[in-house]
Ligand binder design. Sequence first.
Ligand SMILES: [Zn+2]
Length: 163
Amino acid sequence: MLKEHRVQGELQLTKRIVITDWEIEVDYSKTKEYYSNHKIDDDCTCTSCMNYRFNCKQFSNELLEFFEGLGIDPSKEGEFMDFGVSKEGSVIYMGFYHLVGRILDGPDYVDDKWEELNLFKINEFEFGFSSLELRCVPDDFPDPVIQLEFKAILPWLLEVPRE
Ligand SMILES: [Zn+2]
């Protein structure tokens, strides 16, 4: 479901997307523009975040298409929090990205409800959306904001050990 309309001669692409229990409206153009202009140097450089970004280079096409469909560059801006190591020795990440848009239908709060939500799954990722409690939104991020929440179990790919 795609809606396109022109604003002042520029192509502004707004998408309506239905994912499990959510219906969201994404300003693809503004989101894409933000991620394109955002400098990765401004983001956290701890080894855990570096490992997450290293994993981004090996994401499947399906996963990359999902992020790209929302206008998000998965290596940028987001919060990638390290929640320890799984039984198999991979790192449990939870975190979020921001995108420009609105939740039209579905849950707008995830924090203590994660396990109860009808999450969207791709490979080793689970995704949900929220907008009620936004965290760490960059000052220059355009309104309105949706948070794309995720949990992922990813291998440690760096040569340096996990701290
Ligand atoms: Zn970090």
